[in-house]
Design a protein around this ligand. Structure first.
Ligand code: PLP
Length: 393
């Protein structure tokens, strides 16, 4: 059995999405910027996608800008707003658990003279409003807080953050890359000024995304070149991928309830079985305020990478709570920010469910995981069950 449980990393392209995209690679190949019919046909398809994104977020079509994905949208939102509006103040705020597409931009802006605050989160990975309120001063111009975390699935109190930002006249960006398809997002109701999304997280193609920019917000361009995207992002319009994004977001919007109830049923079965059947296991992230498809566990006394590899041998794909950087394994900055001890963070894995997963696959995964963990603990010098403790590991 082959089981894919890493949908937070990427999802397969839906068949319908593929079919919609295909004509735009070769048949309807025109450059969407050209005025003759070949170009107009391509532009029409791009316009339809823009409408689909706008409908999903409840904004105007003219507030959507296509990009190459989540990373570019994050870069565009943060560099674009902060550099353009530096004269208004230099304090900018984010959290310690953002994706690197956000965190590294803040690091770069620190070098440009911005006063950056990286907020702590609580042990469930949630930003507490009091923590946020304390660091707002009259120089604060910008805040970026992710909608939902890619590692532990924790969903932030976005509405409250948006309200506070509006009250204090601070521009609010949210990285919603993991949330589209799982959370209904109305940018007006939530007071969101800038929002990043990426198609490959909701059964669309890789390499395409969008940034919502509320009308009236002044931004510096990130990609300098031609006048595409209303003069905000140079580069020939990627019609096929944009068509794919449009179809994928339409499907994600229309099947949000169905997908969520499918994912929640499997996720809850997975969590329940793991926590009751595997000793020294712990769920990371908030038990309720979490994405419908996310389960992140720590297993004491063993390494996440060994679990990943042994599961892979059994045909199961999951992610770990560490990232390979410069030859050494760094424990996840997200887990550390939640107060998970380094050695426990090293023994963490993330399983993210998708719409094609089945109960049989979840049961097969838990059964395999039990055997794998038992084997690894037997080999682990760190694992010494308490005397008299009668656990089967
Ligand atoms: N932001 C979050 C929360 C993500 O999970 C990811 C991808 O893993 C990104 C940004 C980057 O998106 P992309 O792969 O489209 O650049």
């Amino acid at each position: 059995m082959k089981v894919y449980l890493d949908h937070a990393s990427t999802t397969p392209v839906d068949k319908n999405v593929m079919e919609k995209m295909l004509p735009y690679f070769s048949g309807i190949f025109g450059n969407a910027s050209n005025l003759y019919s070949f170009g107009r046909e391509a532009k029409k398809a791009v316009d339809i996608s823009r409408q689909e994104v706008a409908k999903t977020l409840n904004c105007k079509d003219s507030e959507i800008y296509f990009t190459s994905g989540g990373t570019e949208s994050d870069n565009f939102a943060i560099f674009g707003y902060c550099r353009q509006n530096k004269h208004k103040g230099n304090r900018i705020i984010t959290t310690k658990i953002e994706h690197h597409g956000v965190l590294k931009v803040f690091k770069a802006l620190e070098k440009e003279g911005f006063d950056v605050v990286y907020l702590d989160v609580n042990q469930d990975g949630i930003l507490e409003l009091e923590t946020f309120k304390k660091v707002i001063n009259d120089k604060t111009i910008f805040v970026s807080v992710m909608f939902a975390n890619n590692e532990i699935g924790t969903i932030q109190p976005i509405k409250k953050i948006g309200e506070l930002c509006k009250e204090k006249n601070i521009v609010f960006h949210t990285d919603a890359v993991q949330a589209i398809g799982a959370q209904k997002i109305d940018v007006k109701e939530l007071n969101i000024d800038l929002l990043s999304l990426s198609a490959h997280k909701f059964y669309g193609p890789k390499g395409v995304g969008a940034l919502y920019i509320k009308s009236g917000i002044k931004m510096e361009r990130l990609i300098v070149g031609g006048a595409q995207e209303r003069n905000m992002r140079g580069g020939t319009t990627n019609t096929p991928l944009i068509v794919g994004l449009g179809e994928a977001i339409r499907a994600a919007r229309e099947s949000i309830e169905k997908n969520n109830s499918h994912n929640i049923a499997l996720r809850d079965r997975l969590i329940k079985r793991v926590l009751t059947e595997i000793p020294y296991s712990k769920l990371n992230g908030h038990s309720k305020m979490r994405l419908s498809n996310n389960a992140n566990f720590s297993f004491e006394f063993i390494e996440g990478e060994s679990i990943l590899m042994m599961l892979d041998i059994n045909g199961i794909a999951v992610a770990t709570g560490s990232a390979c950087s410069s030859g050494s394994l760094e424990p996840s900055h997200v887990l550390l920010a939640c107060g998970v001890p380094i050695e426990v963070a090293h023994g963490s894995i993330r399983l993210t469910i998708g719409k094609s997963n089945t109960i049989e696959e979840i049961d097969f995964t838990v059964d395999t995981l039990k055997t794998v963990i038992e084997k690894l603990r037997k080999m682990s010098p760190l694992f010494k069950p308490q005397r008299g403790e009668n656990i089967h590991v």
